[in-house]
Design a protein around this ligand. Sequence first.
Ligand SMILES: Cc1cc2nc3c(=O)[nH]c(=O)nc-3n(C[C@H](O)[C@H](O)[C@H](O)COP(=O)(O)O)c2cc1C
Length: 191
Amino acid sequence: MRAELLSAFHRRHACHSFTAQPLERADLDFVLEAGRLSPSAFGLEPWHFIVCQTRADKTALQAACFDQPQVGEAAVVVVILARVGELAPDHAYTQRLLEREYPGERFAGGLAMYRAFYTATDIPAWSATQCHIAAANMMTAAAVIGVDSCPIGGYLPDAVAAVLDYDHSHFIPALVLAMGRRCFSGMASEQ
Ligand SMILES: Cc1cc2nc3c(=O)[nH]c(=O)nc-3n(C[C@H](O)[C@H](O)[C@H](O)COP(=O)(O)O)c2cc1C
């Protein structure tokens, strides 16, 4: 197990050239599940994954990512959104997850602590940081099953947001994750 995991870490690299091979649904689901199961503060799971697979979406995202070609080439681009609006202490989403974290009698105290924390914290930055933890798990999971990836932090947030259909008052882009199979002919430039 140790050797397999270490081998996955060795395999993972920021892939800058993908083949046209599509990603199997089971592989995509495996990677998304690794992200979903990631740790999060207060158990609030402050991420939302948008899976982009159409040529039109990937081309538009490439443009939003300073025209980085691996975004357009990737079989799948997962835009990881950070929850912002839903993390307000009185929002139904946060209350539901806090009830899970602090069941029964513990809820009132847990909510009071979260309320104080929320007031003192840069929530968008805090939320995005946790999305990066999910992204790291997703890249490791991908490497374990032989799928390559490239984390893309180089993007214009407003341009990424303009491509996707989501509630812009509730989420901000945290990271763009390109995934697929590495193109060996393009690897010489990556070494
Ligand atoms: C938050 C974050 C943002 C990144 N953004 C980009 C990016 O926009 N484009 C890119 O090609 N690589 C990006 N990378 C990948 C790094 O450049 C890469 O991980 C680093 O050069 C080390 O190479 P390796 O991952 O192959 O070991 C990003 C990595 C992280 C963690």
